[in-house]
Design a protein around this ligand. Structure first.
Ligand code: 5RP
Ligand code: MG
Length: 218
C-alpha cells in the first residue's frame, strides 16, 4: 500500500479567505480542492484562481455534477482543474460524457459516493473508464451523528477490488487516519480540520506525521 496523499478542501464562502488558507497550507498538501461551497459562491473563478496560485498542484473542482457532464467537464478542465467530481446519483450517460471530456483534456472524473449506490454501479463506472471514487461521509450525516464503521471499511475494500482508487473524506482529522490503516487510500481530503484550526500548519504537520507512522515515507 502506498502512502496516501493529502488534499485540502476549500469550502469557504469567498475566494479571499480561501486564498489566505492556500497561502498558509499549499506547501503542506499534495492536492487543492475548489470545494462545492466555494464554487457555488465564486463560480469558475475559484478553479482558475487556484490554478494560478498553485501551478504545480493537482486541482480538484468539487462540483458534484449531476447532469450536463460534458459541458461542465469542459468548463472545469479548461479552467485548470485536473480532477472533477460527479455525484454517484448521476445517470451513467452523464458520467460517460464527463469522462470523455475529461480524457480529452488529460483530466479525470471522480465519483462522489454519498447515499445510495451499489457495487453494480461501481462496476459500471469502472467499465466505462472511471478509475477514482470518493468515499464520503457527508457533513450533514456527520452532524447528525453518523460515524465511520466496519461496514464502510468493508465497502471500501470491495471498491478497491473493483479497481477504483479511493479518496476518503468527511470530517477527517489526523486522529481518524488510523481507522483506515488496512485500506488502500489514494488521498485523504481534509477541510474544516485544517481551515478552522487556530494553527493550520501544525494540523497539517500532524496529518503528515500520522501518514508517515501508518503508511511510511513517500
Ligand atoms: C462536503 C465536501 C467537503 O469538501 C469534504 O467533506 C471535506 O471537508 P471536511 O473535512 O470539512 O468534511 O465535499 O460535501
Ligand atoms: Mg469537497
Amino acid at each position: 500500500m502506498s502512502r496516501p496523499l493529502l488534499q485540502l478542501a476549500l469550502d469557504h464562502t469567498d475566494l479571499h479567505h480561501a486564498l489566505r488558507d492556500v497561502e498558509l497550507l499549499a506547501g503542506h498538501v499534495d492536492i487543492v480542492e475548489a470545494g462545492t461551497i466555494l464554487c457555488l459562491n465564486e463560480g469558475l473563478q475559484a478553479v482558475r484562481s487556484l490554478r494560478t496560485h498553485c501551478p504545480d498542484k493537482i486541482i480538484v473542482a468539487d462540483w458534484k455534477v449531476a447532469d450536463a457532464g460534458e459541458a461542465l467537464a469542459q468548463q472545469a478542465f479548461s479552467a485548470g482543474a485536473n480532477w472533477m467530481t460527479v455525484i454517484c446519483a448521476a445517470p451513467l450517460a452523464t458520467v460517460e460524457k464527463a469522462h470523455q471530456a475529461a480524457v480529452q483534456q488529460n483530466g479525470e472524473v471522480q465519483i462522489e459516493l454519498f447515499g445510495n449506490w451499489t457495487f453494480d454501479d461501481a462496476r459500471a463506472w469502472h467499465s466505462i473508464g472511471i478509475r477514482q471514487a470518493i468515499y464520503h461521509r457527508g457533513r450533514d450525516a456527520q452532524a447528525s451523528g453518523q460515524s465511520w464503521g466496519e461496514a464502510d471499511l468493508a465497502r471500501m475494500k470491495v471498491l478497491s477490488e473493483i479497481g477504483l482508487a479511493l479518496s476518503v473524506t468527511g470530517g477527517i482529522t489526523p486522529e481518524s487516519l488510523t481507522l483506515f490503516r488496512d485500506i488502500n487510500v489514494k488521498a485523504f481530503i481534509a477541510g474544516r480540520a485544517l481551515t478552522t484550526a487556530s494553527q493550520p500548519q501544525q494540523v497539517a504537520r500532524a496529518f503528515h506525521q500520522q501518514l508517515t507512522d501508518i503508511w511510511g515515507e513517500y
